[in-house]
Write a new protein. Sequence first.
Length: 117
Amino acid sequence: MKSTIYILVAFLSMSSCKSAQKSAKTMDPIVLKAKETSLYSEQVDWNEVNTKFINLTKEKENLKQGLQYLINSLGDKHATIRSVKDHSVIVGYTGEVKVKDNRELKFVNTVINDGLS
C-alpha cells in the first residue's frame, strides 16, 4: 500500500513539473500578437518578455502594468495599445528612444493597414 502511494505521489510530482515547464514555454497570446506585429521583433528577447509579462499580469489589476512593460520592451517609440471601445490609448511607449528609425516604409504601411482590418 505504501509503495502504491509513493508511486502515485511521484507520478503526480512528475506531471506537475511537466505542466509547469509546458506553461513556461507557452507564449501569452498578447505577447505573441506583439511579436507578430512588432517592427523591431528581431531585436526583442521574446522569452524574457513573455516570462516577465506573465509574471506581471498574474493579478488582473496589474494588466495595465504588464501592457506598459510589453510596449516599452518593443523599443518602438510609436507603439500603443488602444481600447476597442473608443480607440483611446491604454498604454503608449514611455521608454527612451535608442534606435534610429530605419524601418522600410512598405513594411510599416502593411502593419498599419493589417491592423485596420
